[in-house]
Design a protein around this ligand. Structure first.
Ligand SMILES: Cc1cc2nc3c(=O)[nH]c(=O)nc-3n(C[C@H](O)[C@H](O)[C@H](O)COP(=O)(O)O)c2cc1C
Length: 342
């Protein structure tokens, strides 16, 4: 970094095909987080100029979702907010149809789909003037979604928090190939926790960085204080990917539950099924005992090594501002280092 330069007073602006398509200021997308991506958090990211998605499945019924979306739109003060539709192969998708209808009635036009091929959600969203960004974990799934007409893609690799699919590759490896095969803009996600990494994503041709686990210390997320304290303390070695034997790989916080799951998975070998792990795989188990109850050893809590860069509790806007400032500093340092001889 060049010490002679004055510090940045405003986050820089990197305009990309994705910032233009979604009408946001910064090329940082905040993918949906089950239970955490609620109205206060999503609106805070939106006000900071980033694209964030509320998770439809975080609400227990359609009335709760409608009220949350109305509040989210209010809190966003005119900045666009989106909705995540996670289409699970293993868990219920019941609320998704109602969720899409409610969101469209409220004027929400930006949707993140994930989990499985978005199918007829593409036409239902685009038919109402909306935009679909589909999050994929495999090259072939991303290509297929682009062929089906999604407006944009997010690619995440094995390093991503949550469900990174069955592919063994880091996201940047898939991105390099994907950019040769599709014309739509692509965001890159997985393990991104610093501005240097955001710049790295843009430099590799991504039109945005997907940043999620880095925001787990955001003060707007509705969790027990023990959770935030644990996230602040977490280092880059504190995440663990388990359940690949079930083709349901899940990157979570290393704790007593995930280590038990890892041991049990090894013992069961190829014969393991979801039922072998009982209630600990249920999202509401982590919600009750860890997110709300504060017991950091009870439950599977999605997160990646990016949380290792989160060293304080802060409003989401401050974290995103810091990331954009770091991105600009990384850009300036790289520009200073560049020489074009001859
Ligand atoms: C706590 C948490 C919950 C998540 N829940 C969902 C979800 O409900 N739907 C979804 O599409 N992705 C979910 N994800 C995945 C993220 O949207 C994103 O793809 C991933 O976290 C990016 O990697 P990173 O965590 O390394 O930034 C979740 C991630 C985390 C950390």
């Amino acid at each position: 970094m060049d010490g002679a330069r004055p510090p940045l007073r405003h986050p820089p602006v990197f305009e990309t095909p994705l910032t233009r398509l979604f009408g946001v200021t910064h090329p940082i997308f905040v993918g949906g987080m089950m239970y955490h991506s609620r109205e206060e958090f999503v609106a805070a990211c939106a006000r900071a100029g980033c694209m964030a998605f509320m998770t439809a499945k975080s609400c227990s019924n359609a009335d709760e979702l409608r009220a949350s979306l109305i509040r989210c739109i209010e809190l966003a003060e005119g900045a666009p907010v989106g909705l995540n539709l996670s289409i699970s192969r293993f868990r219920s998708n019941e609320i998704l149809d109602a969720a899409l209808k409610i969101a469209q009635e409220l004027g929400i036009t930006r949707f993140e789909t994930a989990g499985s091929h978005p199918g007829d959600y593409i036409a239902r969203i685009q038919g109402q003037g909306g935009i679909v960004i589909h999050k994929a974990t495999q090259l072939r799934h991303a290509v297929k979604a682009a062929e089906s007409g999604v407006d944009a893609l997010i690619i995440v690799g094995i390093e991503a928090g949550g469900h990174p699919g069955t592919n063994p590759h880091p996201g940047h490896v898939i991105l390099a190939q994907l950019l040769k095969e599709v014309d739509v803009p692509v965001a890159l996600g997985g393990g991104i926790g610093t501005g240097g990494q955001v710049l790295g994503a843009l430099a590799q041709g991504a039109a945005a960085a997907l940043v999620v686990s880095r925001l787990l210390t955001a003060s707007e997320i509705r969790v027990h204080e023990n959770f935030r304290t644990r996230m602040v303390a977490a280092g880059v070695d504190d995440s663990l990917a388990v359940l690949s034997s079930l083709k349901d790989t899940w990157r979570v916080l290393r704790n007593a539950t995930s280590e038990w799951v890892q041991r049990r998975e090894r013992e069961q070998g190829d014969t393991a099924t979801h039922a072998d792990f009982g209630e600990v795989l249920r999202g509401d188990y982590a919600r009750t005992h860890a997110y709300l109850g504060g017991d950091m050893d009870r439950g599977m809590m999605s997160c990646s090594s990016a949380v290792g860069h989160a060293n304080r509790v802060a409003p989401a806007g401050d974290i995103l501002y810091q990331l954009m400032a770091e991105t600009a500093e990384a850009w300036r340092a790289l520009s200073d280092a560049a020489r074009f001889d001859g």
